[in-house]
Design a protein around this ligand. Structure first.
Ligand SMILES: NC(=O)c1ccc[n+]([C@@H]2O[C@H](COP(=O)([O-])OP(=O)(O)OC[C@H]3O[C@@H](n4cnc5c(N)ncnc54)[C@H](OP(=O)(O)O)[C@@H]3O)[C@@H](O)[C@H]2O)c1
Length: 284
């Protein structure tokens, strides 16, 4: 059995699907009781409900599993403390393998959520435990958050430069790679960057959307103050707002690009292109 934390989030759901497709038995740690049914529907055989910051919850979730895939909730200010809770649970339960869902370029101090992941990686190095670290690039799926505006107005809104380049990766590729490192031997002690095949500018993302939909789509920069007003009105917390603004400023200047070689090697096939990803999205 493999434990997946952060199981009811976007990443967790994809990882569970990939593990179930491989015939693996999954235990899922979800946050709230109302997330249980949907997680069972994905195929998870056992569910633990609770707060991953709580050592007793994590210890209970880790008991009897052979591996853990740890996904910290997005933009969580306690990522380092949560990492330590997971490491303690792995040690207490004698889990054979811990795979940590990090991020591409955690070395980037200007982005606090990346920097926190680097500090969790450091705790893993120091733990003496059998770990593997995956460092995914920005997901292609994030573009779908704007699907209605893209389809209805022909605008792809981004809170950074339309020239910023990102090596977008398909979340399904990341999940398939995760299932491989969780179920095959030879990955202990490894750190793998998982980047998509093309470092696309946002203008190029819009051009690919345009080809897919057969009508014009234009990338448009959303000013940071406008983005912040909407984010706060939607209830986003201070840490997430501040951290995302720092990420946008970083993307503005440097983008976030990597190389697909490692992902290609793990999957034994080329990584999914953005055009192929869009071809799988149902027609609007
Ligand atoms: N998005 C990307 O492009 C990208 C790229 C690379 C890496 N990543 C990393 O991937 C990770 C997962 O991102 P995601 O977008 O899949 O996450 P997500 O959708 O935010 O999912 C997080 C899940 O964890 C739950 N949760 C929140 N606080 C919790 C707690 N204290 N204890 C237990 N569960 C809790 C949430 O439940 P509630 O709904 O109840 O809060 C939610 O179901 C993040 O660490 C992110 O940095 C993301």
């Amino acid at each position: 059995m493999i434990l997946v934390t952060g199981a009811s989030g976007k990443t967790g759901r994809a990882i569970i699907r990939a593990l179930i497709a491989k015939g693996v038995t999954v235990r899922a740690l979800v946050h709230r009781p109302d997330q249980v049914r949907a997680t069972q529907d994905l195929g998870a055989q056992e569910i633990v409900v609770g707060d991953m910051r709580d050592q007793a919850t994590m210890d209970q979730a880790a008991r009897g599993v052979r591996a853990i895939y740890h996904i910290c909730p997005n933009m969580h200010p306690d990522e380092v403390a949560i990492g330590q809770v997971v490491i303690a649970a792995v040690r207490a339960a004698g889990v054979e393998r811990l795979v940590y869902h990090s991020v591409l370029h955690p070395q980037t101090e200007a982005m606090p959520h990346h920097w926190n992941k680097l500090r969790v990686e450091e705790k893993l190095f120091e733990s003496g435990l059998p770990y593997t670290i995956l460092q995914p690039a920005t997901y292609m799926q994030n573009v779908l958050a704007y699907w209605n505006q893209i389809v209805e107005q022909g605008i792809y809104p981004v809170p950074y430069s339309v020239e910023a380049r990102l090596s977008l990766v398909a979340l399904e590729d990341v999940a398939e790679a995760a299932a491989i490192v969780l179920t095959e031997s030879g990955h202990i002690g490894a750190t793998y960057e998982l980047a998509g095949p093309e470092p696309l500018s946002q203008a190029e993302v819009a051009a690919t959307l345009s080809q897919r939909l057969g009508r014009p789509v234009r990338a448009q920069t959303v000013p940071h103050d406008e983005w912040e007003r909407k984010a706060r009105a939607s209830g986003m917390n201070d840490y997430a707002v501040e951290t995302l603004l720092q990420m946008f400023r970083y993307y503005d200047r440097f983008g976030l690009c990597g190389n697909p070689n490692v992902l290609t090697w793990l999957l034994h096939r080329p990584a999914t292109t953005f055009a192929a990803f869009l071809a799988r999205i149902p027609n609007p």
